[in-house]
Design a protein around this ligand. Structure first.
Ligand code: COI
Length: 351
């Protein structure tokens, strides 16, 4: 596998490490792979720059486009790694299969990523609470207005040193009218359109002072699914963790969600995945059996929910989130290497 390298000019602005925004500072380079004629080719790392696309580019019209998001970290001893890379690569390919796009070979994906990270080693944040966000984006490029599977594709990977996605705890708007996903649809993959479809609800949420929407199932508008930007967890009396099951195929199988489910038992927290109705939630908040709600995601890590807005009424959670804080500490200890974790969760950047 040959990857050509074209170095970018040096960065002219300093990176505000003490006050990193989310997703506004980008790497100087991007990795690129093209697919056409049934093969991957033109693998390269080049300066990050705007793309020249034909106006008929099918991804722009029909949405054959997907992405991933994961993070690279640097441990206090200077060793750098990507967290759960293989899981993200597998999810990328499960999204690709659903959108009839060619799967991305592991060697190609990791080869490009390693070459890119080698050119951007100085972008790894000095503190573990920050991360270097890796954003692969993969889309159909045939310039043709027929609705059909494209025969050409572009895969790009670029980086963004990031701080918190949300600052502090946030309020969530329970969306009762619009839906994000239906069984058999694309809710369980990371396709671009899922996020566009959430924007109008996001506007409604902002209108009442919420930062995120919480989606219910498409049929009954009753069963909790996930937030627009992250999965959801409840802390019930016990304490116990509760999260919607993935069974209906309408929820993104979050890698952070899976990590929390794996870490919880170590803190003596039993975790359950099952159907949860919005009525169980409002009742649980009212009678104190639901103590905390938090979201999980690569970008959001663990974000506590302060209140829910449902059918014109606010449902306030207790001001403290001790279990979410404990889980975040445990998560960071796992990243730092202070906890035993499965070997395959760590992909060392320098081998
Ligand atoms: C992520 O958490 O990595 C995502 O892709 C979610 C997005 C809202 C930033």
């Amino acid at each position: 596998m040959k990857i050509s390298i074209e170095p970018a000019p040096p960065r002219t602005e300093a990176i505000p490490w003490d006050n990193l925004p989310f997703g506004r500072i980008f790497s100087r380079h991007m990795a690129v792979a093209e697919y056409s004629g049934g093969t991957w080719h033109s693998l390269r790392v080049q300066p990050l720059q705007p793309l020249a696309l034909h106006p008929g580019t099918s991804a722009l019209h029909y949405g054959q486009a997907l992405f991933e998001g994961f993070k690279a970290y640097q441990r206090p001893d200077g060793r750098a790694f990507v967290f759960r890379l293989k899981d993200h690569w597998q999810r990328l390919n499960s999204s690709a299969r659903r959108l009839v796009m060619p799967e991305v070979p592991y060697e190609l994906f990791t080869g490009l990523l390693r070459a890119l990270l080698a050119m951007e080693r100085d972008l790894l944040p000095p503190q573990l609470v920050q991360g270097l966000y890796v954003r692969p984006v993969y889309f159909a490029t045939d310039p043709w207005l027929g609705v059909r599977t494209s025969e050409s594709y572009l895969l790009l990977i670029y980086l963004a040193p990031v701080g918190a996605y949300y600052s502090g705890s946030i309020a969530a708007y329970v969306e009762k009218e619009m839906v994000r996903a239906a069984p058999g649809g694309t809710g369980s993959i990371k396709m671009a359109g899922n996020y566009a479809a959430a924007l109008l609800s996001g506007q409604k949420a902002q209108g009442v002072g919420c930062q995120v929407s919480l989606w219910l199932d498409a049929h009954y508008h009753e069963w909790i699914e996930e937030f627009s930007t992250m999965n959801i967890f409840f802390v019930t009396k016990g304490p116990r963790l509760l999260t919607p099951s993935l069974q209906r195929g309408t929820i993104l199988p979050g890698i952070t969600r899976a990590t929390i489910l794996a870490l919880a038992p170590r803190l003596g927290l039993p975790a359950e995945e099952r159907e949860i109705s919005i009525h169980e939630v409002t009742e649980g908040i009212a009678n104190g059996t639901i103590r905390e709600i938090f979201g999980t995601g690569t970008a959001a890590t663990i974000t506590s929910i302060s209140q829910l807005y449902y059918e014109g009424k606010w449902w306030h959670l207790p001001p403290e989130s001790p279990i979410a804080s404990q889980l975040l500490t445990e998560y960071r200890k796992a990243l730092k290497g202070e906890r035993e974790i499965p070997e395959e969760w760590i992909w060392w950047i320098e081998t």
